[in-house]
Design a binder for this molecule. Structure first.
Ligand code: ADP
Ligand code: AMP
Ligand code: ZN
Length: 218
C-alpha cells in the first residue's frame, strides 16, 4: 500500500530536518513544494520566476499553480509507494485538491504530523538556518552546525542563507501560516489522521516522537 504523509507546521518548525528519517523509515520520496519552487528559480523557468515574486515577500504562490505542480510530481513513478508531503498543502483548497488527486490514485492521507513551535523560537531558528544548495540538507549555526562552518558535511558545498529567512519576511510567513495553513490542523483532525508533535524538543527527541507516531504505518 502507498503511504502518503503530510508534515504540517509553521516555517522553521523542523519539517525539512525531520524529513529524511521519515522517508527512510517508510521508503517514500520527500516532496517539498518550497524545494521544487527553488529548483525552478535556480533554473530560471517561468514557474520559478512567477513563484519568486510571492516567495520574496512571504506570500503563498497561488493555489492553481501550486496544485498543478504537485499533481505532476505525484504522477512520477517513485510516488507509487506514497510520499512525504512537506510544505504542501498550505491552504484548505490545496488540501481538498490533494484528497481528489489521491482518490484518483486509490490512496489517501494516512497521517498528518503537526510540528508545534511558538513564534519566538521560529524567528531564532530561521535566522540561524543555513542550507546546502546542492543536496538541500539544512543546518543551524547553533543547534545543528556542520562539522566545518559554512560547508555541507555531505558534499562540501558552501552553505547559503535563504533571502526569505530575514526576520521581516519570517514574521509575514508566520502570519500567513496562522491565517491560511493553521485551519488544516482542524481539517486533518476531523479526518482522524492528525498527530500533534512538540517541535520545541531536541532534533533527536522530535525524531523519536515522529517515528513512534508512525508505528502502524508500514
Ligand atoms: P522547516 O522545514 O519546517 O521550515 P527546518 O527543518 O528547515 O524547518 O528547520 C529550521 C531551522 O531550525 C534549521 O536551521 C534547523 O537546523 C533548526 N531546527 C530544526 N529542528 C530543530 C530543533 N528540534 N531544535 C533546534 N533547532 C532545530
Ligand atoms: P518553504 O520552503 O516550505 O518554507 O516555502 C518557501 C515559500 O515557497 C513559501 O513562503 C511560499 O511562498 C512558497 N510555497 C511553498 N509551498 C507552498 C504551497 N503549498 N502553497 C503556496 N506557496 C508555497
Ligand atoms: Zn549538501
Amino acid at each position: 500500500m502507498a503511504h502518503f504523509i503530510v508534515l504540517l507546521g509553521p516555517p522553521g518548525a523542523g519539517k525539512g530536518t525531520q524529513a529524511k528519517a521519515i522517508c527512510e523509515a517508510l521508503q517514500i520520496p520527500h516532496v517539498s513544494s518550497g524545494d521544487i519552487f527553488r529548483e525552478h528559480l535556480s533554473k530560471q523557468t517561468e514557474l520559478g520566476k512567477l513563484a519568486d515574486g510571492y516567495i520574496k515577500c512571504g506570500q503563498l504562490v497561488p493555489d492553481d499553480v501550486t496544485i498543478r505542480m504537485i499533481g505532476d510530481r505525484l504522477k512520477q513513478p517513485d510516488c507509487s509507494r506514497g510520499a512525504l508531503l512537506d510544505g504542501f498543502p498550505r491552504t484548505i483548497p490545496q488540501a481538498e485538491a490533494l484528497d481528489d488527486l489521491l482518490a484518483k490514485m486509490d490512496a489517501k492521507i494516512e497521517r498528518a504530523l503537526s510540528l508545534e513551535v511558538p513564534a519566538e523560537v521560529l524567528i531564532e531558528r530561521l535566522s540561524g538556518r543555513w542550507s546546502c544548495p546542492t543536496c538541500g540538507r539544512v543546518y543551524h549555526e547553533k543547534y545543528n552546525p556542520p562539522r566545518q562552518a559554512g560547508i555541507c558535511d555531505d558534499d562540501g558545498t558552501p552553505l547559503i542563507q535563504r533571502p526569505d529567512d530575514r526576520p521581516e519576511t519570517v514574521r509575514q510567513r508566520i502570519e500567513v501560516y496562522r491565517s491560511q495553513t493553521e485551519p488544516l490542523i482542524e481539517y486533518y483532525c476531523q479526518k482522524g489522521v492528525l498527530v500533534n508533535i512538540d517541535g520545541t524538543q531536541s532534533i533527536e527527541a522530535v525524531k523519536q516522537d515522529i517515528l513512534t507516531s508512525l508505528a502502524g504505518v508500514r
